[in-house]
Design a protein around this ligand. Structure first.
Ligand SMILES: NC(=O)c1ccc[n+]([C@@H]2O[C@H](COP(=O)([O-])OP(=O)(O)OC[C@H]3O[C@@H](n4cnc5c(N)ncnc54)[C@H](O)[C@@H]3O)[C@@H](O)[C@H]2O)c1
Ligand SMILES: [Zn+2]
Ligand SMILES: [Zn+2]
Length: 366
């Protein structure tokens, strides 16, 4: 099958033929319909997060089940599914205490002794290994994954739009409703209006937030943010974003969401809180970077916390998010800026580096 492979940090992805295995007892083979291009893939391309290479990247996808393993009961052949990198085992401490998105059990992967899910043709230059990325590797015509890394959805849901729910939408909406538990009437600020930030804004609108302040550097992004539910916008290029938010809210927000992955904006997310407020760091801050806070601010009971994949319970959340889209509450059509072929994947990353458009989605021939 055709796949986009990262061989070297900092270099473009290469479209190559990669071999994919057959489903083991708890595995599912999926024909990929669409895969969104998330900034997290770019962090791995740029090396701010390390990963063993070569690897097939991609982790925001939807598709159709082609084959299932002998023990699979959660999906069947022909089902339309959304994938999720939060593969869960179902019986570790995280899973059993309702925090399944924190599961790190190795059971959802193949062990070192087993044949790998992906591999390449062995040549004198290439030993034949190919790493699966985040349990998924979505920039490929097929995916071989654990059954607990996907969920079946309604067939009237378009799969290119459904792909976004695989990461950015689950992450952004989940950060608001699960991680920070935004209540009706509370004030929210979202820093960074890419796919994840726009989903957080949309989630805040669904949760009934009173004011939703969007922060970005591009006027086009701020306009888009308004159509997702932002009540106020702040251009970070027009001076100190914290001062602008403080002025708009007369003393800070109840919840802030950092959706970029920078030290400066993570610190801003804490500084723009009112007393008792909570800052949520969604962005992937490069490994090795520390963030600094004023210790005295903790006396105002201000909190700062990470949010991983929206603290999801994805088999429950994703079908609900599909319903929200089909009811017109989730604005996923507006989130897709471009639909591209797999061969154009590097253009999508160039666009992501510029930051002006929302989401590019790779659509596969069916
Ligand atoms: N925690 C998680 O589970 C999780 C899941 C998905 C993505 N992420 C991370 O979330 C972040 C956002 O992902 P995305 O795909 O939405 O990215 P994106 O590149 O589409 O969006 C980032 C936005 O931030 C804006 N921006 C950049 N620098 C800015 C600044 N200094 N001030 C204001 N705005 C600025 C850009 O204009 C852009 O609109 C990334 O770090 C990604 O890796 C984390
Ligand atoms: Zn992602
Ligand atoms: Zn588990």
């Amino acid at each position: 099958m055709k796949a986009a492979v990262l061989r070297q940090v900092g270099s473009p992805l290469l479209i190559e033929q990669v071999k994919i295995g057959k489903p083991g007892p708890h595995e599912v083979l999926i024909r990929t319909a669409a895969a969104g291009v998330c900034h997290s893939d770019l962090h791995f391309i740029e090396g701010s997060y390390p990963f063993p290479l070569p690897a097939v990247l991609g982790h925001e996808s939807a598709g159709v089940v082609e084959q299932i393993g002998s023990e699979v009961r959660t999906v069947k052949v022909g089902d339309h599914v959304i994938t999720c990198l939060s593969a869960y085992c179902g019986h570790c401490e995280s899973c059993l205490t309702g925090r399944m998105s924190l599961c790190v059990s190795p059971e959802t992967k193949r062990s070192a002794g087993q044949e790998p899910r992906l591999c390449e043709e062995v040549t004198p230059q290439r030993p034949g290994n190919m790493n699966q990325f985040l349990n998924l590797s979505s920039f490929a015509e097929q995916m071989l994954i654990h059954e607990h890394a996907c969920v079946a959805i309604r067939k009237d849901m378009p799969l290119d739009v459904a792909a976004l729910i695989g990461c950015s939408v689950t992450t952004g909406v989940g950060a608001v409703i699960h991680t920070s538990n935004v209540r009706a009437g509370e004030t929210v600020a979202v820093i960074g209006c890419g796919g994840v930030g726009l989903a957080a804004i949309n989630g805040a609108a669904i949760a009934g937030a009173g004011r939703i302040i969007a922060v970005d550097r591009f006027p086009s992004k701020l306009e888009l943010a308004k159509s997702f539910g932002a009540t106020d916008v702040v251009n970070a290029n027009d001076g100190d974003a914290v001062a602008q938010v403080m002025e708009l809210t007369s003393g800070g927000v109840h919840h802030s969401f950092e959706a970029i992955g920078l030290k400066a904006t993570a610190e801003q997310s804490f500084k723009m809180l009112r007393r008792g407020g909570t800052a949520n760091i969604i962005g992937m801050i490069p490994v090795g970077v520390n963030i600094e806070l004023h210790g005295a601010d903790f006396l105002g009971e201000k909190r700062i916390q990470g949010s991983l994949m929206g603290s999801n319970r994805f088999p429950v959340d994703m079908p609900r998010l599909v319903d929200f889209y089909l009811q017109g509450k989730l604005k996923l059509d507006q989130m897709i800026s471009r639909r591209l072929k797999l061969e154009q994947i590097n253009d999508a990353f160039d666009e992501l580096r510029r930051g002006e458009l929302a989401r590019s989605v790779i659509v596969f021939d069916q």
